[in-house]
Design a protein around this ligand. Structure first.
Ligand code: KPC
Length: 520
């Protein structure tokens, strides 16, 4: 279908995406100016956030991008199977957590676990996800003037040539942004019906899980397990290491991590750490999981298993054509300009490995685009603000307290609840989203820690479990990472919108006149 210059509306895009995704429309969706030579400044192979944002910036800089995408929409896995459903479920988890915790109090009825349906929420998401998809297509084509071929597999022929939809396109540069998918852990029974990963959970779930096992200790495992448990479904997590101690979360402050993991236990999530699943058991479908734990062998019954055990890159569309350098997990190696080892070939997004986060996808794509257009740009994503959701929004940036103590001579912290205090004895921190807990179940309000280099008075780390701090952390991370940094005195001179999650401002002000800083 040729859509170029047709002025396709958001509603029309949505119908087209729905038809393509259901299979009632087959064939490529071509938004290419056929009046011009099929040669582009850059071809983005993959139209997820890296490809879409890269193409937008390349276009803004006066270049001509082409985006090739196998799905009938731009935006990639985020709005389809990853961040967007994830956040829908996290919001549900937060609501359900409160409904369970406060049942029988105030206006909350007795919690009915049969009323909170995992399947219903997945079906809701599936039925409505083409709304954001359509917006991305419309924005990219109509507002950003990006040419694309959607709903077609691309095949890279060489470092300048790609085929898609039966056509050959050439470019001065390629940006590979084909994403990643679950790396199966190799456990016996992992392909049984009833075993899912984050993608097949969205695509294929057609029953209500009654007993769940989540395998893995990563963000994905912790987030999904928290959601399942919040619906009232018995849930067990099995993790080789302690939860949230590998990958990005390895840099979580120990006290923040303790609050998060204790909070999961408090909500009757069964956590089996230092444990290994040896077999997923079942005949026609999953019936349970065999586990070696430090206490011995366990069989945990389950009608639903989620694999949260990591990802591997999608390389099929270019592997045979391009001798790229890969790391030990197969991800494409790039430098800080997103250049691969092949001249004119760049890579971006999940394809270049963790962190599998939106900012890295978008910024790696735009970094590639700038360099292609002759603008020198680099992107380092080793120092990142980070977050995850349990029933809390958990956010952190900068150094953990331990890292700060290794680096600086004198470190002070501002911590709430205060060090050594039983959270049940204090309703603080308390802000939007935790006010009801503050006055009913104070141990559930949240946790905050600000880490300060006492010598320079600079804030070097911020850590938060609660609600509503994520926005602030985007900016705070930028401020504390600047060469000039952010001192406790400058933080204390900000104007807080009280009551808000950002207690650091008020606490910083309480301490900011203290010449010789001490912890509180
Ligand atoms: C809210 C929503 O659906 C956003 S999905 C983001 C995909 S992209 O803009 O391409 O990064």
């Amino acid at each position: 279908m040729d859509v170029y210059g047709k002025g396709t509306s958001i509603a029309q895009w949505r119908r087209l995406i729905d038809e393509a995704y259901s299979g009632s429309f087959q064939g490529p969706i071509v938004n290419v100016d056929d009046g011009r030579d099929p040669h582009f400044d850059a071809i983005f192979v993959g139209g997820g956030s890296a490809g879409r944002f890269g193409a937008a910036v390349l276009r803004s800089l006066g270049g001509r991008p082409l985006v090739l995408e196998r799905w009938p929409f731009l935006g990639g896995s985020c709005p389809h199977q990853a961040c967007v459903p994830h956040h829908l479920f996290s919001e549900a988890a937060r609501e359900l957590d409160q409904a369970q915790a406060l049942q029988g109090r105030l206006w909350y009825p007795e919690f009915d676990p049969t009323a909170a349906s995992v399947l219903e929420l997945v079906e809701l998401f599936r039925s409505k996800r083409s709304g954001p998809h359509a917006h991305m297509n419309w924005q990219s084509a109509q507002q950003l003037d990006i040419e694309s071929v959607l709903n077609a597999e691309a095949q890279v022929l060489d470092a300048r040539t790609v085929r898609a939809a039966g056509r050959t396109f050439t470019a001065d540069a390629l940006v590979l942004a084909t994403g990643a998918r679950t790396a199966l852990p190799g456990i016996e029974g992992e392909t049984l019906p009833g075993v899912f990963d984050y993608a097949s959970f969205i695509e294929d779930l057609d029953y209500e899980p009654r007993k769940i096992v989540v395998i893995g200790g990563s963000k994905v495992a912790v987030e999904y397990a928290s959601f399942y448990r919040a619906t009232g479904t018995p849930t067990t997590i099995v993790s080789r290491a302690e939860l949230l101690t590998s990958g990005g979360p390895a840099r979580m402050d120990v006290d923040l991590r303790r609050f998060v993991v204790d909070g999961m236990r408090l909500r009757d999530l069964e956590l089996l750490e230092h444990s290994v699943v040896t077999r997923i058991v079942g005949c026609d479908r999953v019936e349970g999981v065999e586990i070696e734990t430090p206490e011995g062998h366990r069989f945990v019954e389950a009608d639903f298993v989620l694999l949260g055990t990591g990802e591997k890159p999608n390389t099929a569309s270019f592997a045979s054509a391009l001798p790229l350098v890969h790391d030990d997990r197969g991800f494409v190696v790039v430098d800080s300009r997103m250049r691969t080892n092949i001249d004119g070939v760049y890579a971006a997004g999940d394809l270049i490995g963790p962190p599998m986060e939106m900012f890295k996808s978008r910024r790696s794509g735009t970094t590639a685009a700038r360099n292609i257009m002759g603008v020198d740009a680099t992107f380092h994503y080793d120092d990142i603000p980070d977050f995850l959701h349990t029933t809390y929004e958990v956010t952190w940036a900068g150094l953990t307290e331990r890292e700060a103590r290794e680096r600086f001579e004198r470190v002070v912290t501002i911590q709430v609840p205060p060090i050594g205090m039983d959270p049940a004895d204090t309703p603080l921190p308390m802000a939007e989203g935790s006010m009801l807990y503050g006055f009913t179940l104070p141990e559930r309000t949240g946790f905050q820690k600000c880490v300060i280099d006492a010598t320079t008075r600079r804030v070097v780390g911020i850590h938060h479990a609660g609600y509503g701090a994520k926005d602030a952390f985007q900016y705070l991370h930028h401020m504390i990472s600047r060469p000039e940094g952010l001192t406790i005195d400058q933080l204390g001179d900000m104007n807080e919108l009280y009551i808000s999650s950002d207690y650091f401002i008020g606490y910083a002000r309480l301490r900011s006149s203290q010449a010789d800083l001490t912890s509180m």
